[in-house]
Each structure stands twice: as structure tokens, then as C-alpha cells.
Write a protein that binds this ligand. Structure first.
Ligand code: NOJ
Length: 773
């Protein structure tokens, strides 16, 4: 039974305090979009005053299309009479209902047949595209290009809105430092600053100029919170960490999303320090609404309310209902907890009606902001659906984003770019002609097998001047079809294709191999303890290398992989992630030098799985790394401390040199900013883009230990061959804030070191300044 002693009158008082806090302002910056809007508030209140309790509870209820589930199936749902329920006002939102026809049909029932005509809000996982697929978000983060991330989200929104959707369950802004976790593919990787920048870009992209525009959709920052810190990298597992770690690493991208005006939040499945996130009032109300001033609504994850039973946290669904309401979870996704228990909880006076009113109001407010009351059918336009879905411009953009997301990891003897003068190329490997893998997991409503394969891209680029040979070599998985629910079976024994692959390699001037992961090896519930190349792939690579031909490895992956044993068997390595619809064309652009690779790793590639969690933002420890084997320093005895490829690493076909670090001042006060300038020169043979990275070290945190390096800025610039460019960064004291000993998130006077360079492990320029009171 419920054990809390939070009595309803206390709750009422706390609500008053919170409400006045919100009115007075929380100090967070908000876009005009999320500022309290009096006219809409009035409309919400008016509508609320007309609603019955049943209608209010209906607004809290979100159900999935039972034929397209993205979670554990409640198959009895197929017997539910959705049309009737909508007409009775028992459902406020659907997920996984797609397309103008079906959304229009249901919306008509809601608007025309339900008593108050409250429109439905249709949500869907539009993670990296609706039908035109873009690179998976982790890949896209490798572009270190804010405008590009915003653009792909914009296009995803345009296609989604044209297909009847109002709301995406994205961006996922979970930091992850554990590549075993399959959902690392859905975020921006390991770093706080990059995570914040990606969150902002994506929220702006999805939501456009105004939520009420017909091509804008509401974004959803998920999964609140610490979902990416699942212990052992095992999906759904508990997260346990200090409040400092939570506030400094895992929360900032969520805060950035709030400041960018994100309309909704999703709570996570996991427990955070022993308390399920979906029943966690401290997170969902005190921090999110109280400290940050978020005024949108929070949806649970798929039955994450119901799952609290398994956490050993509550005994019954009735208790869960109480916890969910108390925490501030407004909408129950597929849990059916609120519909079953809210009334009883009210009758029993465990909760009070003003709590439910607040929850409903927050949902209605977003529906109003989306313009659904003024024009419930503005997203239902057959003509637009036809014209905008996979519009040719979207495919061009997808190719552009894809080529800019590729990371060059190795390029010995200038193997790349491949000269267009070669006579023949062998394309080899189980993923070489795979048209499905590049679509990635969480692929919206894209058509299976619709991506441009590597082989197709190379053939297209090679034209009739270069002979392109192909051999699969071996299968990676034995399943003929894969989808969200497939249990994969790996090929570990069938080498029957090896001989043909070797013969094919021997006939060619250069070999391009395609190895890695298929689409469904990363994503939800795709955690792996072993993240090296699966099956016979390493063996195939070694055999091909023995032919003596130059070998270029194109690696497909939704996560950083352990490729330590593989690197020496390839002359060049391009990390190609899962790049979306235009994958093969984008990779060909890079292979032939039509585009000079500029991507940088958004997450470290471990040297060994035993290093995980692996990330650059390390503390020094009291016994800093010392290569002397007899020293008692913080290190592994059997492997290096450093990852194989560090955060921010990525080569180019050209080379860049860094010089002239200049700081505008040696001292700044708490109300001043600092300008940091550096000059970058393209010293190589190609024009190209460089991601210039700025890191800072807070030398002493006044009682709190600080990391050795923290990314605080990046700029991606194009520099022509032989040219130099100056890059300028602005640092404000708030950028130096941390969770101090006095529990304030604020900057503190002291000394700082500044580093500018090409990756977290290669920082050519160093300076220092002081922050003074
Ligand atoms: C579960 C996932 O964790 C979440 O990210 C997703 O949005 C929902 N299912 C809905 O598909």
C-alpha cells in the first residue's frame, strides 16, 4: 500500500508554492514559444471547467495502434474499441497511428463526436527521419554541425506533419559513455556540451518557428533521466550515481532542451538512485518544473508506470497511480494505470483534483500551442502527404548530412581518396550490398531495403570508367528478414563465400570492404557485452588483406565498436555508421574525394571492452597515469588507459596546423566574457573542413575535484588548401559553472587552463586565465 505521508493539504500547499515560483520566473531562459501565454491559459481554464472527471482522465491516456507496437505488446488492445473510446473522450493521444487517412478518421471522431470535441495528439518515434532517413543521431552528432542537425530534424518534421503527426518522441538527449548500450545510437554520444548543442538544434528543427505552423511538430526530450547510465550498459537497468554526476553530466542536455522551448518530456524506464524515474517527484517536478520552469507536459515511457511493480517499488497498480500523479507524469503511455485508478485515488483522497487539473491543463496547453483546437485537420492534407514525403530535396539533404557524418579513422599511405583513374574496384563484405542496414533502428516509416547500398553508390560514382566487382564473402546474420523484434542469428561457420571474395579482391586494384553491424544490432534492447565485429567478419578481412591489395574498410555501426584487432588489417578505415537513405552515395562521395571527410567521434572507441565506461572527461585521480610499470598509478596492467580512438578524433584528406592562441584577457570577472582566438592553417593538399575544439580545465574546484578536460566550444570551418583562418570562441562565466560544494550550480573564481586543437587527445594550443570575484 501507499506509504507516503504526503497528505493532500500539504500537496495543495506545495502546488501553490510551485505555481507562484513559476509565475515569478525560475531564472531559466525560455523562447517566446514557451512563455506563459495568457490567452491560451484562459482557453485551457475555460475548457477544463466544462470537463467531467472521466474526460479529464481520458486526456491522460495514450494508447498505441495495436498493430504497430513499439513496446511490449498488449495484444488484448486489439479488442479495444478505439473509435468508441475516442468518441467517449477516453483517449487523449495515440502513438504509432500514421498517415493522413487514419489520423484524419480518428481526429474527426474526436472533434465531431466527442462531447467537447477535444482533438487528439498523434505521437510517433521520428528519431532520424520519417520516410527519408537521415544518419542515426549518433552519426549525425559526428558532423559537429549544429545547422545540419537542425535541418535534418526540420525535414523529419515536415514529412511527419504531412503524414498527420503532431509530435515526435525525440530528441533523445541521454548522455551515454557505454557503447554496449544499444541506444547510444539515438543520442549525441558521451559529451555534455555536444549533447546540449545537439538537443538545442534538434528541438528547434522539429518545432520550427512556431508550434502552430502546419509543418512543425512538438518535440520530446527523453528519457528523463539517466537512462544512458544503465549499469553494465544493459538496457533498462538501474542508474546509480552521485547527484553531482547527475547534475553535471546527465541533466544538462535536458535543461538545454527546456531552454530551447521543448514542448514535452518523456520519463525513463530506469530507477535513478533507487527511485524509478517515472515515480520520481524530485526529477519530474522539483527539478524539471521547479528549478527549470518547464511548462509543457511529461509523458511516461511505454508502460514505465506499470513497470514500477517490477522495480520492487510498489505493490499494486493503484499505488503506481499514486506515484505517477505525485511525481508529475501527466500522460500514461500504454500503461492504462490512470484510467483504472485515478478515480479511486481521488475518492480515497490520496490525491486531489487540482493535481489532475494541472496534468490535464499541461496537455491541453500543448494541444492549443500546436493549433489543434483552431484547426484540428491542418495536418491532414493528402496532397501535402504525397508531395512532401521523400521529396527529392529531402534526399539531397540526407546525402549531405550523411557525407558530413562520416569519420576517417585511418589513412595509411594516403590510400584514400580512391583515384578515379583506378581500373577496377572490388567491393566485398556482408554489408556491401545491404540496402537495409543503413536505415538503422528507429527508422520511422521508411521502406525496408530502401537505402542506397555501398555497392550501388560506388557503381553510380564509378560510371563506366571503372570496373566494379562484388562478392559478399560471408553472411553476417542468417535471418532473411529483420525487424524491431527479430532475434538475430549470426553466421559463425559458413565460409563458403571466402574463395570467391579472395579471387575477386585479386582481380582489383583496390578493395573496399563493408563490415560492421546491421540495423537491428543497435537500438532499444540491443545491448551487447561484446562489441567487436561479429561472426566471420574479422577473418574475412584478414584473408582479403593477405592478397596484398590496398584494403579500405567501411565500417557500419550504431555504436562505437572495439576494432583494436582489426585496424592493422586495413590500410584505411572510414567509420560510416548507419547513414540513412543515401548511405551508399554519401560514402562514395567520400571514397572518391568529392567530399573531404570532416566528421569527429562523438563518443570514444574503446581499446578494450573492459575500459567501459570510456570517455575523455575523466578526473585525474590522486595517482595520475604514469607509464612506469612499477608505479602505483591509476592504470590497467594489461591494456592502455586511452581509448583506441578518442572523443573528437577524425582525420581529413588534408592536414591542419594550429597557431596563435590569443585570450582577450588574463583575468575576467563574474560579469565579463572571455574571447579566445586561434588560427588554423590548411597545410595539406586538399581543401577541407575542420572541427576546431575548445576545451577547458578548471584547475581547482575549491573542494570539488574537476575533470582534466571539458569541451566548451566547437566551430566547423571550411579552409581552402594553403589558407589560414581565425576562429573565435566566447566563454562566459556561466559556461564554467559546476555543482559546487555549496550545492549551487554556478561558476567559482579560480584558475582555468584553455586548450584548442583537433581532438580531445591532440590539443596543440594551451593558455590560461583567471576568473575573479
Ligand atoms: C519505448 C522507448 O523507450 C521510447 O523511446 C519510445 O518513444 C517509446 N517506446 C514509444 O515507442
Amino acid at each position: 500500500m501507499i506509504t507516503s505521508n504526503r497528505n493532500p493539504f500539504k500537496i495543495f500547499f506545495q502546488y501553490l508554492v510551485l505555481a507562484s515560483f513559476l509565475v515569478l520566473g525560475s531564472g531559466s531562459q525560455q523562447t517566446s514559444e514557451s512563455k506563459p501565454d495568457d490567452a491560451l491559459d484562459k482557453r485551457v481554464k475555460e475548457l477544463l471547467s466544462k470537463m467531467t472527471l472521466e474526460e479529464k482522465i481520458g486526456q491522460l491516456n495514450q494508447l498505441s495502434n495495436p498493430y504497430q507496437q513499439t513496446g511490449t505488446g498488449v495484444m488484448t488492445a486489439r479488442e479495444e474499441k478505439f473509435d468508441e473510446m475516442v468518441a467517449n473522450g477516453e483517449i487523449g493521444s495515440f502513438l504509432n497511428v500514421l498517415g493522413v487517412d487514419e489520423t484524419m478518421r480518428l481526429q474527426k471522431i474526436a472533434v465531431e463526436k466527442s462531447r467537447l470535441g477535444i482533438p487528439l495528439i498523434f505521437g510517433y518515434d521520428v528519431i532520424h527521419g520519417y520516410k527519408t532517413m537521415f544518419p542515426v543521431p549518433l552519426a549525425e552528432a559526428a558532423s559537429f554541425d549544429r545547422a545540419l542537425m537542425q535541418k535534418s530534424a526540420r525535414i523529419a518534421a515536415i514529412e511527419s506533419a504531412a503524414n498527420g503527426l503532431h509530435w515526435t518522441f525525440a530528441p533523445m538527449v541521454d548522455i551515454s559513455r557505454d557503447p554496449r548500450w544499444g541506444r547510444i545510437m539515438e543520442g549525441a554520444g558521451e559529451d555534455v556540451y555536444l549533447g546540449q548543442e545537439a538537443a538545442i538544434a534538434r528541438v528547434h528543427g522539429f518545432q520550427g518557428d512556431k508550434l502552430s505552423d502546419a509543418n512543425s511538430i512538438a518535440a520530446c526530450a527523453k528519457h528523463f533521466a539517466a537512462y544512458g547510465a544503465a549499469i553494465g550498459g544493459r538496457d533498462y537497468n538501474s542508474a546509480d550515481m552521485s547527484e553531482r554526476m547527475l547534475r553535471e553530466v546527465y541533466l544538462p542536455p535536458f535543461k538545454a532542451a527546456v531552454d530551447a522551448g521543448v514542448a514535452t518530456f518523456m520519463s525513463s524506464f530506469n530507477t535513478v538512485n533507487g527511485i524509478p524515474a517515472s515515480g520520481n517527484r524530485w526529477l519530474q517536478t522539483d527539478i524539471l518544473r521547479g528549478e527549470w520552469g518547464f511548462d509543457g507536459f511529461v509523458v511516461s515511457d511505454w508502460n514505465s508506470l506499470g513497470e514500477m511493480i517490477y522495480h520492487g517499488n510498489v505493490e499494486s497498480n493503484y499505488d503506481i497511480g499514486y506515484r505517477g500523479v505525485d511525481a508529475g507524469i501527466d500522460m500514461d503511455m500504454e500503461g492504462r494505470i490512470y484510467v483504472q485508478h485515478v478515480k479511486q485515488l481521488l475518492d480515497d483522497k490520496k490525491i486531489i483534483i487540482s493535481q489532475i487539473d494541472e496534468m490535464v491543463s499541461r496537455i491541453l496547453l500543448i494541444k492549443f500551442r500546436l493549433g489543434l483546437f483552431d484547426n484540428p485537420f491542418q495536418y491532414c492534407d493528402k496532397q501535402k502527404e504525397k508531395e512532401l514525403t521523400m521529396h527529392p530535396d529531402h534526399l539531397i539533404a540526407s546525402r549531405d548530412v550523411a557525407k558530413k557524418s562520416i569519420v576517417l579513422l585511418k589513412n595509411e599511405n594516403k590510400t584514400l581518396p580512391v583515384s578515379k583513374k583506378v581500373k577496377s574496384i572490388a567491393v566485398i563484405g556482408p554489408l556491401a550490398n545491404d540496402k537495409d542496414a543503413p536505415l538503422g533502428n528507429w527508422r520511422g516509416s521508411s521502406t525496408p531495403n530502401s537505402a542506397v547500398s555501398l555497392l550501388e553508390g560506388i557503381r553510380e560514382a564509378a560510371g563506366n570508367k571503372i570496373e566494379v566487382l562484388y562478392a559478399e564473402g560471408c553472411k553476417l546474420v542468417l535471418n532473411t528478414e529483420q525487424n524491431f523484434f527479430t532475434q538475430l542469428q549470426y553466421n559463425t561457420t559458413d565460409r563458403s563465400g571466402f574463395a570467391e571474395a579472395i579471387a575477386t579482391a585479386k582481380k582489383a586494384d583496390v578493395v573496399i570492404m563493408a563490415l560492421g553491424e546491421t540495423a537491428y544490432m543497435s537500438g532499444e534492447c540491443r545491448s551487447y557485452a561484446d562489441i567487436s565485429l561479429k561472426g566471420l567478419q574479422p577473418e574475412l578481412l584478414r584473408e582479403i588483406k593477405k592478397t596484398g591489395k590496398p584494403v579500405i574498410l567501411t565500417l557500419f555501426n550504431g555504436r562505437p565498436m572495439v576494432i583494436t584487432d582489426v585496424v592493422e588489417h586495413a590500410d584505411a578505415i572510414l567509420n560510416c555508421w548507419l547513414l540513412g537513405s543515401q548511405s551508399g552515395n554519401a560514402i562514395a562521395d567520400v571514397l572518391f574525394g568529392d567530399y573531404n571527410p570532416s566528421g569527429k567521434l562523438p563518443a570514444s572507441f574503446p581499446y578494450h571492452v573492459g575500459q567501459i565506461p570510456v570517455y575523455y572527461e575523466q578526473m585525474n585521480s590522486g595517482r595520475p597515469y604514469d607509464p612506469n610499470p612499477s608505479g602505483f598509478s591509476s592504470k590497467y596492467r594489461d591494456i592502455p588507459n586511452a581509448p583506441l580512438f578518442a572523443f573528437g578524433f577524425g582525420l581529413s584528406y588534408t592536414s591542419f596546423s594550429y597557431s596563435k592562441l590569443a585570450l582577450s584577457s588574463a583575468k575576467i570577472s563574474l560579469n565579463e566574457s572571455l574571447t579566445i582566438k586561434a588560427t588554423i592553417t590548411n597545410t595539406g593538399d586538399y581543401s577541407g573542413e575542420e572541427v576546431v575544439q575548445l576545451y577547458i580545465r578548471d584547475v581547482a574546484g575549491n573542494g570539488v575535484s574537476r575533470p582534466l578536460l571539458q569541451l566548451k566550444g566547437f566551430e566547423k570551418i571550411m579552409i581552402e588548401k594553403g589558407e589560414s583562418k581565425e576562429v573565435s570562441f566566447k566563454i562566459q562565466p556561466k559556461d564554467l559553472a559546476f555543482y559546487r560544494l555549496d550545492k549551487k550550480f554556478a561558476p567559482e573564481a579560480g584558475k582555468f587552463e584553455v586548450f584548442v586543437g583537433t581532438s580531445s587527445d591532440n590539443l596543440a594550443l594551451k593558455g590560461s586565465f583567471e576568473l575573479v570575484d
